[in-house]
Design a protein around this ligand. Structure first.
Ligand SMILES: Nc1ncnc2c1ncn2[C@@H]1O[C@H](COP(=O)(O)OP(=O)(O)OP(=O)(O)O)[C@@H](O)[C@H]1O
Ligand SMILES: [Mg+2]
Length: 241
């Protein structure tokens, strides 16, 4: 059985069909890309997987158990964590305190939560910044903090929403290495990303959304050759020779 199953999920907001009959499965341990043009429905699908939004129809299952509609706390307890496209740190709190917010979900005692948060900061390359206020971090450090807060909840599946967007190539490369390290920890990753040079080498498969629907699912080499994907999203500059 696949770790995560998206089964015929649809969600509309007023007249806008954000997700339409979306189905795919995510295998344990994989890094899956979720790509497509602006407004294709990528963040909306993350919102449903993380329990923040209830699909109008269809179901999302983790290990065969329905998680859609349970709400964000229950989804986090079951092992779903996410980062946000627009970074959401608690600016007036320290970096360590921000990560402790995540760690408290698995550690009731403050001392234990602090230790877990410190370990996560080290893993994310932010150990030296623990006592800084979150607002003082650079943009790439804020992305790492966002990831650290999510990882501190000890997820089975990590949803990354444009974590590498807006970073320089060197900063993005650091992010890529961090995602690989997350995978080596046994965490399954679904990542939304627009920078194809970064995302395609990283993922085993990519799901392409367009106008709320799945356009295709395949290995990166198949995706870049798919005429429909090129037309809807990639454009000629990414087309394989
Ligand atoms: N809470 C909401 N209320 C109203 N409309 C929404 C809401 N959430 C999403 N939508 C609409 O659903 C569609 C899909 O949006 P979504 O944010 O999922 O796209 P996306 O693929 O993440 O795009 P981007 O690459 O720009 O982040 C858009 O038309 C958006 O305006
Ligand atoms: Mg989005």
């Amino acid at each position: 059985m696949a770790l995560l199953e998206i089964d015929n999920v649809s969600k509309s907001f007023g007249g806008v069909a954000a997700n339409v009959e979306i189905s795919f499965a995510v295998e344990a341990g994989e890094i899956l890309g979720l790509i497509g043009p602006n407004g294709a429905g990528k963040t909306s699908l993350f919102n449903s997987i993380a329990g923040e939004v209830t699909p109008d129809s269809g179901e999302i299952r983790l290990d065969g158990q329905r998680i859609s509609g349970l709400g964000p706390v229950a989804c986090a307890e079951r092992g779903i964590a996410r980062t946000f496209q627009v970074v959401r740190s608690f600016d007036s709190m320290t970096v360590l305190e921000n990560v402790m917010v995540g760690a408290f979900s698995r550690n009731a005692r403050p001392q234990a939560a602090m230790r877990a948060a410190q370990e996560t900061l080290e893993f994310c390359g932010l150990h030296g910044k623990a006592d800084r206020p979150a607002w003082s971090l650079s943009p790439p450090e804020k992305r790492r903090l966002e990831m650290a807060r999510a990882l501190a909840t000890q997820p089975r599946i990590l949803l990354l929403d444009e974590m590498l967007t807006g970073l320089t190539p060197t900063e993005a490369q650091g992010g890529v290495e961090l995602v690989r390290a997350v995978q080596r920890q046994g965490i399954t990753v679904i990542m939304v990303e627009h920078v194809m040079e970064v995302v395609l080498p990283l993922v085993s498969r990519a799901v392409v959304l367009n106008l709320g629907r799945v356009l295709t699912i395949g290995a990166p080499a198949e995706i870049v050759r798919n005429p429909e994907v090129i037309r809807a999203y990639l454009g000629d500059r990414y087309a394989a020779d």
